[in-house]
Design a protein around this ligand. Structure first.
Ligand SMILES: NC(=O)c1ccc[n+]([C@@H]2O[C@H](COP(=O)([O-])OP(=O)(O)OC[C@H]3O[C@@H](n4cnc5c(N)ncnc54)[C@H](O)[C@@H]3O)[C@@H](O)[C@H]2O)c1
Length: 278
């Protein structure tokens, strides 16, 4: 899909960050948009920023972890737009917690939004994408390529997104289904993700968040353009940012030994209290 003019694009988690930047970029390229989020205010602002073209941008309140709601959303989009050409399962949250300190509820939360949200969106929209010979984009992370301390829940969800998406791509190809599939692995992007993170037991969370916001210079707009470039080139794997490329090279070159140099940079402090899981 090289030209987005008049294409119907569905973007989840569009009330902030990468999702909002994608929506704005797609609107500028003439796409028609079905954008959604759980955050009503953020979503309204995104629609406002995209709404240059009358009636071509619709905002929907949607919790991607709610399977029935996502299935109903696909029907509503079909009713409102008649089709879907591009679906970006972008909505996501993050969890900073050691394997011992993280609560069961927070592990389920990150899996429900980051993994199940992608599965719901994929299954709900695949019939529409097949009909339009469209493109599916699932957003994983650099942490879907390599593990990191304090990220076991997020790592699990993002590795699962990658495995799921790569399997779906192979299955569609084997069945001759004409749908492009891309899995996106952004490195660190300056968005609200850390502001909305849960952080069980991380004593210096405030410092980690401030460091993230100070040190990350890749913008959501850069990420959006990189993602659309990847879609236009029908890339199976879309990396965003130098840290994503570095991580991919390290994991390929070093295999199971990659954690040593990555951990050696000491960006993520391990502050587990060693408590029993609650
Ligand atoms: N920012 C980064 O450094 C980074 C790195 C790698 C991957 N990612 C991934 O990129 C995607 C976008 O994140 P972002 O960085 O733009 O963060 P963000 O917090 O700015 O935006 C995420 C959006 O998802 C929405 N959301 C959260 N839970 C939801 C739910 N249950 N249903 C629907 N919407 C929900 C939020 O309200 C928010 O608007 C996520 O999947 C994230 O994991 C981000």
């Amino acid at each position: 899909m090289r030209d987005f003019t008049d294409r119907v694009a569905v973007v989840t988690g569009a009330g902030s960050g990468i999702g909002r930047a994608l929506a704005v970029e797609l609107a500028a390229r003439g796409a028609r948009l079905a954008v959604s989020d759980v955050d009503d205010e953020g979503l309204r602002e995104t629609v406002r920023r995209c709404a240059g073209r009358d009636g071509q941008v619709r905002g929907y309140r949607l919790d991607v972890s709610d399977r029935a709601a996502v299935l109903a959303h696909a029907e509503r989009v079909e009713g409102d737009f008649g089709c879907a050409d591009l679906v970006v399962n972008n909505a996501g949250v993050t969890l900073l917690a050691s394997v011992s300190d993280g609560t069961w509820e927070d592990l389920e939360w990150v899996m429900n939004v980051d993994f199940w949200g992608v599965v719901h969106g994929t299954r709900a929209f695949l019939p529409l994408l097949t009909a339009s010979r469209g493109h599916l984009v699932n957003v994983s992370s650099v942490l879907g390529l390599a593990g990191a301390p304090m990220q076991s829940g997020y790592n699990a969800a993002k590795f699962a997104v990658r495995g799921f998406t790569e399997a779906v791509a192979q299955e569609l190809r084997a069945d001759g289904v004409p749908v492009g599939v891309s899995c996106v692995h952004p490195g660190r992007i300056r968005t609200n993700i850390m502001r909305n993170a849960r952080n069980d037991g991380l004593r210096d969370y405030q410092a980690v968040r401030e460091h993230f916001e100070r040190s990350v210079d890749v913008t959501a707009e850069h990420a959006a353009r990189a993602i659309l470039r990847g879609v236009a080139r029908n890339r199976a794997r879309i990396l965003v940012g130098a840290d994503a490329y570095r991580t991919e090279i390290l994991t390929r070159l070093l295999g199971p030994w990659y954690p040593r140099p990555a951990a050696g940079r000491g960006r993520r402090p391990v502050t587990s209290t060693g408590r029993r899981p609650r």
